[in-house]
Design a protein around this ligand. Structure first.
Ligand code: ZN
Ligand code: FE
Length: 256
C-alpha cells in the first residue's frame, strides 16, 4: 500500500517544514518551505531530490523558498487555486475535492479558508497524514486574517470528519502557548490536563509536540468543539450558534 515517509524540519523560531517521501516511487515533496537551506540539507542527508513543493497558503513563512528550490531542483509547485496568484512559481492550482497524485500516493485536497482566503489542506488517506498549514494547530487554530469566523469554523468542522488516527502535520510549534490558553477555557477537562502534562514534558526536553491526531484535537482543542455542550457551558454560551461560540473563543485567544 502506498505510504509516505514524513520528515519534520524545524526552522525559524517555530515553523515546521515537512519532507514527504513516497516510498514506492521515490518521489519527494516539501510542504511549506519557509527557507531553503535546511530543506536542501535534509534532502542531501537522505540522498533525495525534490519533485514537488506543496503549499498550503501564500504567507511568506510557507512559500519563502519556493523560487529558490524550484530553480535548484527544477521541481513543480502545487498550491491553492483560490489564491494561486499569490503563490510564487505555482504550476498546479488545486481546490476542494481535487486529488493530487504524488508518486503512488494520492492526497485529497480541502479548501480550508479563514486564516487566508484560499488556504488548502492535503490529506494522504493511505498514510493517515494531514498537512494543514496554519488552519488547525495542536490545541489551537490559525488566526482569522483574511476570512470570517464562519469560514474558519466550517474549515475546522470539515477536518473533524477525518479518521481520529489522522496525524496533523501543522506548520507551527505553538502547542504550549495554545495549552496555556485552552486551560483558561476548560481547566476541568481531564483529557486536556493530562495532555498538557505530556506537552510540558516534551517541551522541557526540547522535543516537538507535533504531529498530534484528529482524535487528540476532538477531545481537547477548544476551537474544534464550539458546538459541544461542555465547551458552550464553560464560556457561558449554552445553546448558542457554534459560529458565535467559535468567534468568542478565537477572540479570547487573540487577546490572551
Ligand atoms: Zn500563515
Ligand atoms: Fe505560518
Amino acid at each position: 500500500m502506498a505510504h509516505i515517509e514524513v520528515v519534520q524540519i524545524p526552522v525559524l523560531s517555530d515553523n515546521y517544514v515537512y519532507l514527504a517521501h513516497d516510498e514506492d516511487s521515490g518521489i519527494t515533496g516539501v510542504v511549506d518551505p519557509a527557507v531553503g537551506g535546511p530543506v536542501v540539507a535534509a534532502l542531501e542527508d537522505r540522498g533525495w531530490t525534490l519533485d514537488w513543493i506543496i503549499n498550503t497558503h501564500h504567507h511568506g513563512d510557507h512559500t519563502g523558498a519556493n523560487l529558490e528550490l524550484k530553480e535548484k531542483y527544477d521541481c513543480q509547485i502545487v498550491g491553492p487555486r483560490m489564491e494561486q496568484e499569490r503563490i510564487p512559481g505555482i504550476d498546479l492550482a488545486l481546490g476542494d475535492g481535487d486529488t493530487f497524485t504524488f508518486g503512488s500516493s494520492v492526497a485529497l485536497v480541502f479548501d480550508v479558508p479563514g486564516h487566508t482566503a484560499g488556504h488548502n489542506a492535503y490529506w494522504f488517506e493511505q498514510s493517515d497524514a494531514l498537512f494543514c498549514g496554519d488552519t488547525l494547530f495542536a490545541l489551537g487554530c490559525g488566526r482569522v486574517f483574511e476570512g470570517t469566523f464562519e469560514q474558519m469554523w466550517t474549515s475546522l468542522d470539515k477536518l473533524r470528519d477525518l479518521p481520529p488516527a489522522t496525524k496533523i502535520y501543522c506548520a507551527h510549534e505553538y502547542t504550549e502557548a495554545n495549552l496555556n490558553f485552552a486551560l483558561t477555557i476548560e481547566p476541568a477537562n481531564s483529557k486536556l490536563v493530562s495532555r498538557g502534562n505530556q506537552i510540558r514534558a516534551l517541551r522541557a526536553d526540547g522535543k516537538p509536540t507535533v504531529p498530534s491526531t484528529i482524535g487528540d484535537e476532538l477531545a481537547t482543542n477548544p476551537f474544534m468543539r464550539a458546538d459541544q455542550e461542555a465547551l458552550q457551558n464553560v464560556v457561558g454560551m449554552p445553546g448558542s450558534d457554534p459560529v458565535a461560540v467559535f468567534a468568542e473563543v478565537r477572540t479570547r485567544k487573540d487577546n490572551f
